[in-house]
Design a protein around this ligand. Structure first.
Ligand SMILES: Cc1cc2nc3c(=O)[nH]c(=O)nc-3n(C[C@H](O)[C@H](O)[C@H](O)COP(=O)(O)OP(=O)(O)OC[C@H]3O[C@@H](n4cnc5c(N)ncnc54)[C@H](O)[C@@H]3O)c2cc1C
Length: 200
């Protein structure tokens, strides 16, 4: 049973996982089981090239971010379980526990972060009732969001990145994933605001 399972290994999902993983020395996060489904095949980063993202060298490719992101997570925070090459097909909530079915297996988690991007090709059973037209994208592209309030869809169910209703910029998607991570850490910390900083 995971305490939190992140679905999607793109900008928002990996950012969320890195921040959650980095809290491993905090007493309230130490015993938490964190997982991420690092499916990357349909990430918008696959074809992106970056010249306008702070901290990234101009010319950085999205594919290199996807690859390095997983390595960074594995190297620095190996306690975050990476589930590779599985696609979520169904989410069912029963008694405050989410059952996540993939094309290969099944998992349970107390909380979920859905970060699968804002295309209308989404076909995860169980999310249909939250899908609406995206509030901040060109109508013709038929983008979608999962209706939420500050990333929270319902108790224990979060959405991050473009699917949360944000415009498609890398920094915004990463920030959204980071925001959800600190919201979850704050919850684990009995409601006391939480953030994770490393110092020189
Ligand atoms: C061509 C192009 C160029 C771009 N250039 C720039 C730029 O110059 N500057 C800038 O700031 N931004 C740029 N962007 C935008 C940036 O790439 C996106 O804003 C960002 O990737 C969105 O992050 P996300 O996490 O919301 O979605 P994504 O990065 O798309 O991640 C979604 C993840 O969910 C996974 N997934 C999907 N379905 C499932 C499922 N059923 N189960 C499990 N996992 C699933 C996908 O494989 C993917 O890894 C560009 C985008 C494109 C397409």
């Amino acid at each position: 049973m995971f305490d939190v399972l992140i679905i999607g290994g793109g900008a928002a999902g990996l950012s969320c996982a890195l921040i959650l993983g980095s809290a491993h020395n905090k007493p309230y996060a130490q015993d938490k089981k964190i997982g991420i489904m690092t499916h990357q095949k349909t990430s918008h980063l696959q074809t992106a090239l970056f010249n306008n993202a702070l901290g990234l060298l101009p010319g950085t490719t999205g594919t290199s971010i996807l690859e390095i992101g997983k390595i960074q997570l594995k190297t620095l925070y190996p306690h975050v379980e990476q589930i590779d090459k599985e696609k979520v097909v169904e989410i069912v909530k029963n008694d405050e526990v989410f059952k996540v079915r993939t094309n290969r297996s099944e998992y349970t988690s107390k909380a979920l972060v859905v970060a699968v991007g804002y295309t209308n090709l989404i076909n995860i059973k169980g999310l249909e009732s939250f899908i609406e037209p995206h509030p901040r994208a060109i109508l013709e592209k038929e983008r979608i969001w999962l209706k939420n309030d500050n990333h929270l869809i319902e108790k224990g169910l979060y959405v991050a990145g473009t699917l949360a209703g944000w415009r498609s910029q890398y920094a915004i998607a990463c920030g959204s994933g980071a925001q959800v991570a600190t919201d979850i850490l704050t919850l684990w910390n009995d409601g006391k605001d939480s953030q994770v900083h490393d110092k020189i």
